[in-house]
Design a protein around this ligand. Sequence first.
Ligand code: AMP
Length: 192
Amino acid sequence: MNKIIVMLGPPGAGKGTQAQLLVDRFNFIHLATGDIFRWHVANKTELGKKVAEYLERGDLVPDEIVIEIVKDAIKKALEKHPPCIILDGFPRTLAQAKALLDIISELNSRLCAVLYIKVSKDEAVRRLLNRGRHDDTPETISHRFEEYETKTKPIVRFFSEKGLLIEINGEQDIESVHREITTRLREIGVLS
Ligand code: AMP
């Protein structure tokens, strides 16, 4: 069965960095909704025009738009038969989390784990300000945290109750976080 894992955690937790290491070292496919949206904004597609303002403000893009995009992206990724697909930046709301479970069963796949990368807000903000992405201004960062706390945090409990949550200490150096992740993925048979 096709394997899917989710990377969860606040902005600045290192989800993208850790996902990229799994791509480089184990050929996983990394699907990041933020990257997909930024590509559409940069290329001024219809979707890009629809979502640009949300990204600019640090607001969440409406669920129905995101869910459609993710379903398509997972379908395309599965055609490449990767050992595992990592979702990064999705789901971010309870509605998205529930939709993901439907998509996954429809696509004959299995959600193996939700890696919850924990970092303090201070550390996350420090990293974001260093990263300096276009939407990493102090105002947007603060709004993205509010969105995270109110809309995304509830899905931690949702996945925990399903026995899928794996907590990772994100306040270590990049290689140590990676080692913790690969150890846990071996324990659950996602990596051999
Ligand atoms: P990220 O690169 O994950 O920080 O996402 C950048 C921006 O894209 C977010 O601040 C949102 O505006 C939008 N976005 C990305 N993923 C989602 C999602 N799953 N639901 C709603 N909005 C999203």
